[in-house]
Structures are given as structure tokens and as C-alpha cells.
Design a binder for this molecule. Structure first.
Ligand code: FMN
Length: 374
């Protein structure tokens, strides 16, 4: 089943896989969809290494790279990484540092072995530009996606001049309209139930509004898709494809720790929350003692992006590295959508792609069977 957008890209199935894991990128692209590597959090050196691996394993298939240049963030005027780091160091209140540190210590999360290790500048233009420059050197990287807001004009031009497509996520109608006005090639419309940064309006409401408002621009439906019935709903509302993030997190190929896999399989769709406690912007994740702690009246409020992300950088890497320690999952960062309630087994990415397509076909047959034919 090929949409026009699939034909434009040269892929067989309209299934887009957002992932931080290179093995998932390769497996989904080889299965007929397209893997998109989430590069936020990678240094330029790490991204180079990941793309080398992907290029060596993906055969003739193509992939995308996702970065994040937020429209507005503290320190936007800083043009060098050193300047930005110095500004961030200065701007984080001691009270916040102590609060975050105490939460980790109270749950016995071991210290990071080398405190002076590299520092994350995720969610800044300084970092994103370096990553985009690297992605554009790779012939099989055919699309760039911006996670937070409309990319700057010079980035759009740079990607277009290189012959590639550029899109961006939108969780609100007005963001989608701004993407279209800026000349993006497609929009990923993410409803509130999706994992990661998510707005308030649910997919069921937002997708058709976005499709109508942006037509004929291709809109990829994201947020709450984990099976073929959900995929059929999205395509029925006019989506040019489906964009899934949560569904791959527990796949065979995903680099997930056993303790993380256990939390995904145990969680119901009621166990996620939209919280600002890790990045400073509202993101959907598994609810736990960390997310609860930042909500209380007697605790500090999360800082704006990218300060909160800079503050919690250590918490994120420690809770991932020591995921299996007794109480780590109570304070770990596990972004995932409400679709987590449907994740009850470990499947290969290929099986997920084929399951989506066969469930889609079954659901379509059902719809046809109950629809009077002329
Ligand atoms: C673990 C995780 C991390 C995410 N990080 C990003 C990101 O860095 N950039 C981005 O564009 N989207 C990110 N997202 C959102 C996904 O791209 C996607 O829109 C979302 O997962 C779709 O909803 P679903 O989780 O219901 O499939 C993330 C999602 C998850 C689950």
C-alpha cells in the first residue's frame, strides 16, 4: 500500500519509525517502512558513529534523521557551545540541583563514574545545526525532521538545496500552519496520547483538523498508533502515513534494559503522564515518583527548556545506565505514549511492520463488509 508520499520517498509502506536505536532504523527500513533516527542527545561524534553503522547495514534502503531546534529557549543568543554551557551552569538554581540529586540518592541510583564526561546540549540550535550538517553528508538519509517548532529558514534552504525533504512535528494546529507557511514538505501531527513532547488535543480530533487545514501537504499521523486498526483510522482521516514512536521501544532490536522492558509490559494506558520534569516542556512518559515529586506544591517547579534538560541530564544517563538497580525505575525517564497499554510482548520490528499491515487489511475488510456496496 503506497501513498503518494511513499512514492515520493520510494518506500513500500507508509510506516515511519521514530527511534533512538540504529538497529530499529535499519530493521524498519528493510521491512518496507522507513526508520528515523532521533539524534537529540547525540554528540556530533556519536551521530557520525551511528550513521556509519546504519550506512553499513541498511543496504539500498533509506532513512531519516530527527533533531530538535526549539523556537524559543533560554540562551538562544549564544552561538558557541562553551558560551551556552556557561550560561546554563549559571542559570540553574542550587535548590533545583539539590532536589534532583536528593531524589536520585533517596532511590539509591548510583553516581555517574566520571562527573566531567561530556555535557548534553540537546534542544539547542548550536547542537542541532552540527547534527544536520553531518546527516546531510549521508546519501541515504533522505529526510530531516525537527522535533520542536518550525526550523529556521536557513536550515530549510540547506536541506532543500541538498535535494532532501524536511518536515516537523506539530501538536497544535497553529504549529502545523506555521510549518506549511515556512515551506516544509510534510508535517508529523502528534496527538496528546503520543510519547515524548505532546500537546493537549488528542489524535482523533487533531489529525483530521490538520489534514484539512494543510491540504495538499502530506500529514503523517502520530500519537496512539500501535496496531493496524489504529493505522486504518489514521489513513481514513487522510494521513499520508503513520509515524510511531512507542511501538518500537520494546522490540527485539531496541536497546532496552530488562527493567525497562518490564515496566513497559506492566504499564497500562493509565500509567503515563504529561510532565515537564525532564525536559522543561510537557512530554508524555511513564508516571513514577520522579514525575510525582516535581508536581507537588512544596517542591521546585521544573525550569524552562533547555535548563531543566541540562539539570536532569545526569538523572537521565544514570537511570538508564543503572536501570536494573532496585529503585531506579521509580525515578527513571521513560518517555512513552498511552499505547504502552498495548505493549505486552517482545516482537521484531519486521513482525511489527507486517502485523500492522495485516491488521490494517483485516480492519479494512471489516469496514467493507459492513458498508453497503452499489
Ligand atoms: C522515547 C521517545 C522519545 C521521543 N523523542 C522524540 C524526539 O527526540 N524527537 C521527536 O521528533 N519526537 C520524539 N518523540 C515522539 C515521536 O517522534 C512520535 O511522534 C511519538 O512517539 C508518536 O506517538 P506514539 O508514542 O504513540 O507512537 C519521542 C517519542 C518517544 C516514545
Amino acid at each position: 500500500m503506497q501513498t503518494d508520499f511513499c512514492k515520493q520517498l520510494g518506500i513500500e509502506a507508509p510506516i515511519f519509525a521514530f527511534t533512538h536505536c540504529r538497529d530499529v532504523v535499519v530493521a524498519v527500513s528493510k521491512a518496507g517502512g522507513i526508520g528515523v533516527l532521533g539524534a537529540v542527545g547525540f554528540s556530533p561524534e556519536q551521530l557520525t558513529e551511528e550513521l556509519d553503522w546504519i550506512d553499513a547495514h541498511i543496504g539500498d534502503h533509506i532513512y531519516g534523521v530527527d533533531t530538535a531546534i526549539p523556537q524559543k529557549y533560554e540562551g538562544m543568543d549564544k552561538t558557541s557551545p562553551e558560551e551556552l554551557v556557561a550560561m546554563l551552569q549559571e542559570a540553574i538554581p542550587e535548590q533545583h540541583r539539590k532536589f534532583a540529586e536528593k531524589l536520585l540518592a533517596d532511590h539509591g541510583v548510583p553516581e555517574w563514574p566520571d562527573k566531567d564526561d561530556d555535557i548534553s546540549l540537546s534542544f539547542s540550535a548550536v547542537q542541532a545545526q552540527a547534527l544536520i550538517d553531518i546527516a546531510l553528508t549521508r546519501p541515504q538519509c533522505r529526510m530531516i525532521i525537527n522535533a520542536l517548532g518550525t526550523p529556521p529558514d536557513d536550515v530549510i534552504k540547506q536541506v532543500h538545496d541538498s535535494g532532501r525533504l524536511i518536515g516537523a512535528l506539530a501538536g497544535r494546529l497553529k504549529h502545523g500552519l506555521a510549518h506549511k507557511a515556512a515551506g516544509l514538505d510534510f508535517v508529523v501531527c502528534q496527538g496528546s496520547e503520543g510519547g515524548g513532547h505532546a500537546g493537549e488535543v488528542t489524535s482523533m480530533i487533531l489529525w483530521p483538523q490538520m489534514v484539512d487545514a494543510l491540504a495538499p501537504l502530506p500529514v503523517l499521523a502520530a500519537g496512539g498508533i500501535g496496531n493496524g486498526r489504529q493505522m486504518l483510522a489514521a489513513m481514513g482521516m487522510g494521513a499520508a502515513g503513520v509515524w510511531l514512536g512507542s511501538a518500537w521501544l520494546n522490540s527485539e532490536e531496541a536497546h532496552a534494559e530488562p527493567a525497562q522492558r518490564e515496566s513497559y509490559m506492566k504499564a497500562t494506558s493509565e500509567d503515563t503522564v504529561r510532565s515537564r520534569s525532564f525536559t522543561g516542556k510537557t512530554a508524555r512518559m511513564l508516571k513514577n515518583e520522579w514525575t510525582d515529586a516535581w508536581e507537588r506544591d512544596d517542591t521546585p517547579d521544573p525550569l524552562p527548556m533547555p535548563l531543566q534538560g541540562y539539570l536532569t541530564f545526569d538523572a537521565v544517563r544514570r537511570t538508564h545506565r543503572y536501570a536494573g538497580a532496585a529503585e531506579t525505575q521509580k525515578v527513571a525517564f521513560n518517555p512513552i505514549g498511552q499505547v504502552v497499554g498495548q505493549i505486552n510482548s517482545i516482537e521484531s520490528c519486521r513482525d511489527i511492520v507486517f502485523r500492522l499491515l495485516s491488521e490494517y487489511a483485516d480492519a479494512l475488510e471489516h469496514v467493507n463488509a459492513i458498508t453497503p456496496q452499489e
